[in-house]
Design a protein around this ligand. Structure first.
Ligand SMILES: Nc1nc2c(ncn2[C@@H]2O[C@H](COP(=O)(O)OP(=O)(O)OP(=O)(O)O)[C@@H](O)[C@H]2O)c(=O)[nH]1
Length: 787
């Protein structure tokens, strides 16, 4: 019948529960009626009533119940004010009893007590008016029964009935009023309870928390629906289970906190544990719990709230990962490396074994970045990081320090003892060709190795020493590795000091320009000067560029230094001219970094404008290698410079590519024969032949030639014989300070110690080799290998 009613209400849960309530009331009334029938049968067997009365009464009761059942079946009860049909059923029970009374006059007192049963049933259903109605019906009905049986026996025979009637007439209205109020109070309490439950339901629906209760054995007994809504876990899965039975893999310390709290019967908050949701995914759950006790202080259980904190935990894990890993390669970063390094040192100390700390830096990675772009550089870094991970052992760590620098921790262990074979494998992995964005790239790396405990017992010291050794490997030509040695540190200190002093040098105006004249071999006059950079260091004195240009290039200072040289040289040349000196060609050297500057041409133009020097009087010296790095770009830049009107010469000609192709391709005006060929004139016929060939080649291409490093007369004579246009070297003049140069230009005799020779041994042309070890202003250690 319930299903029938539910089907009619479209399986709506609200209807379903209402129908269930009606039906349960109907069934209770039906069972009450059945109880009356049983009592009637018992009365018969007790001999206090006759069979006819019992049969007829039971038939009436059963008949009326059947009628009500049919009413329910067809849903005719719906829409009525009393859908559970309690009043009609009570009325029919009363009528059936009255009917039984009319049939039996001996058992009226028993039957009258059945009215009490009916009224008791109704007292929990009806309010006062209904109860009064029912009581009225009983009184009227009973009065009618007495009246109908009056003729038989008269007053005396019915004195009991009359007394009962009168007692009932007194008691029933009071009963109706009290019972009705009980009912009204009960309903009001139920409404309040329902409202409170509704509020709680809404609250839990709004909140991301859910409510739960546990029994004394800490098994869940109640779990609100929010668990399913917010965490995808059906509450039924928790019922009857403990946290220990449900957890997926607990964080031991957190479960310990839970167990300690429940063991001590204390409240707890923020206990976090994991369980699988209905789809099998792991979920983090946080619980707050409060114990409840009975009057005797015995634990009844716990109740509290829970929430799904999976997202928060995932976000925390992500933040933690990002804080400890490099975003590009996913490798551990410096912070995590430090942790692992400390742990690896502890471990190595505990087992008395070595630990290798390897500092790895890619060779000329900047070139790839600059020529193919950062994206390709990034891809290369990612691929190389993966490859290195592939060759490392499980116990090894590789971290990215930033840029193209990596640090590897290689612990020694019986399972995989350390050897340079592992280093070679890493090197092979890096050096294998890489395909990135359609480019086939080849790169190498330099590595420095510091060994625990020999090279230090602190993590940062080992990394520092490995870095020093790596730097040494770079200096030794790259694509190799070096183990750290104590002497290397002195070298590193020297370099550090130089770096920091260099950074101050521009601001402190410690740079000076020396000028070395170039003599026209036909006229014997000064045709131009080359501006040569020197560093007037406050402590050691004049420093040769061979000692600091390489460092300035590496730390990027070469660009501002080059700009200063340009500005200074143009200003000086214009000043000499204004002072009445004959016009001359001012030559300056350009570094690779300057040449790659996007604003090179405009900055030269600006320097010329500021100084007032004619562009044709400025000569830019570039090296062959500088032009060959990116031929297209170099051609474009050189053409722009040419359009500006400056002259271009190729420095150190003969030592590099010496490609005829670029001589034809680039708008060059002059070749500068390298000093190494000039030096051997008179002693090496091959060098002489090369010098002769360069001069005739240049002339046939319409270029002029200058020979540098001329120190002896026989060199000069040979050059003159070959038709060389001009020469530069100590034979004519050492590099001079501006004042001395001006005297020379004016044809005045030189003042004392005007030349650089007296001030700095080994002074040569920038950036040529140093002739004497005495030049070391910073006194580098003997192991120092100049680049
Ligand atoms: N693509 C890319 N380049 C980076 C990143 N971080 C730093 N770099 C570049 O990496 C280069 C590092 O160059 P260096 O190690 O100083 O020089 P190098 O060209 O490798 O020369 P050597 O180390 O002397 O052989 C610089 O050009 C940086 O701009 C990065 O995350 N991605």
């Amino acid at each position: 019948m319930a299903r029938h009613q539910a089907a009619r209400s479209g399986d709506d849960p609200a209807h379903l529960s209402r129908d269930t309530l009606w039906i349960s009331r109907f069934m209770m009334a039906a069972f009450s009626s059945l109880a009356i029938c049983i009592l009637l049968v018992l009365l018969y067997f007790a001999g206090v009533t006759d069979a006819r009365a019992v049969i007829l009464s039971i038939s009436a009761i059963v008949g009326s119940v059947l009628v009500f059942w049919l009413i329910f079946w067809f849903g005719l009860n719906r829409g009525s004010r009393d859908p559970s049909l309690t009043l009609p059923m009570a009325t029919s029970a009363v009528v059936s009893l009255l009917f039984a009374m009319t049939l039996s006059d001996v058992t009226r007192d028993v039957l009258v007590s059945y009215f009490g049963l009916v009224l008791l049933f109704c007292v929990f259903r009806f309010r006062t008016p209904m109860l009064l109605l029912l009581c009225g019906l009983i009184l009227v009905g009973y009065g009618a029964v007495i009246a109908l049986s009056w003729p038989v026996g008269g007053w005396k025979a019915h004195s009991d009935d009359i007394a009962r009637w009168m007692a009932m007439a007194t008691a029933l209205p009071m009963f109706a009023v009290i019972g009705g109020n009980i009912m009204a109070g009960r309903r009001a309490a139920m409404r309040r309870l329902a409202a409170s439950e509704e509020r709680f339901r809404r609250l839990t629906a709004l909140s991301s928390d859910w409510y739960w209760e546990q029994d004394a054995a800490l098994r869940f007994t109640t779990v609100s629906a929010g668990l399913e809504t917010h965490a995808g876990i059906a509450p039924a899965r928790l019922i009857g289970k403990t946290v220990e039975e449900l957890r997926a893999d607990p964080a031991p310390e957190e479960l310990a906190a839970y167990q300690n709290a429940v063991h001590a019967r204390q409240s707890y908050a923020g206990i976090e544990w994991r369980m699988r949701d209905d789809a099998g995914a792991l979920r983090w759950i946080s619980m707050d719990g409060e114990p409840t006790f009975d009057a005797a202080g015995e634990l009844l259980g716990y109740y509290g709230t829970g929430r799904d904190i999976t997202q928060r935990r995932q976000a925390e894990a992500l933040v933690h990962f990002r804080a400890h890993h490099d975003a590009l390669t996913g490798l551990p970063n410096r912070a995590l490396l430090n942790d692992r390094l400390a742990a690896a040192i502890d471990q190595a100390r505990a087992v008395s074994r070595e630990l290798w700390v390897v500092f790895l830096d890619l060779d000329r990675f900047k070139l790839i970045n600059d020529s193919l772009g950062h994206k390709v550089g990034d891809m290369l870094l990612q691929i190389i990081a993966q490859r290195m991970q592939g060759v490392l052992r499980g116990s090894d760590t590789i971290a990215r320090m930033g840029g193209d620098e990596f640090v590897l921790l290689l612990p020694d262990s019986p399972a995989g003892s350390l050897s340079t074979a592992l280093i070679a494998r890493i090197m092979d992995a890096v050096c294998a060709p890489v395909s990135a964005a359609g480019n086939e790239l080849l790169i190498s790396c330099s590595m420095g190795i510091a060994v625990y405990p020999a090279d230090g017992d602190a993590g940062d010291m080992l990394v520092e020493h490995a870095d020093v050794a790596m730097y040494r490997a770079k200096q030794a030509g790259r694509n190799n590795f070096r183990f750290y040695k104590a002497e290397m540190n002195e070298l590193a200190m020297y370099r550090l000091r130089m770096e920091s002093d260099l950074r101050n040098a521009i601001e402190s105006q410690e740079f000076v320009l020396y000028y070395q004249p170039q003599m026209d071999l036909k006229s014997g006059r000064i045709s131009g000067v080359e501006a040569l950079l020197r560093w007037q260091h406050p402590r050691p004195g004049l420093v040769h560029p061979a000692e600091f240009i390489g460092v300035a290039e590496e730390i990027g200072l070469i660009v501002p230094i080059g700009a200063w040289v340009l500005e200074q040289a143009c200003t000086q040349a214009a000043a000499w001219q204004r002072a009445g000196c004959p016009p001359l060609q001012m030559a300056i050297n350009l570094s690779a970094r300057q040449f790659a500057q996007k604003d090179l041409v405009s900055s030269i133009d600006a320097a010329l404008r500021r100084s007032g020097l004619a562009a044709s009087q400025l000569e830019i010296e570039i090296t062959e290698s500088l032009m060959m790095t990116d031929v297209e770009q170099a051609a474009a830049t050189l053409n722009e410079l040419k359009r500006l009107g400056v002259r271009l010469s190729v420095d150190d000609f003969g030592t590099g590519y010496s490609s005829l192709y670029y001589l034809k391709r680039f708008p060059i005006d002059k070749l500068k024969i390298d000093r190494s060929f000039v030096r051997d004139i008179g002693s090496d016929p091959d060098s002489e032949a090369i010098v002769g060939a360069i001069i005739s080649l240049a002339h046939s291409l319409g270029l002029s030639v200058v020979a540098e490093g001329v120190e002896r007369h026989e060199q000069l004579a040979y050059l003159a014989r070959c038709g060389c246009d001009s020469m530069q070297g100590y034979l004519f003049s050492a590099p001079l300070e501006s004042e001395a140069m001006e005297r020379m230009l004016r044809g005045l005799p030189p003042s004392k110690a005007a030349g650089e020779r007296g001030k700095m041994a080994g002074a040569g042309q920038m950036p040529g080799p140093v002739a004497s070890g005495k030049a070391g202003a910073f006194n580098p250690p003997p192991a120092w290998e100049r680049k």
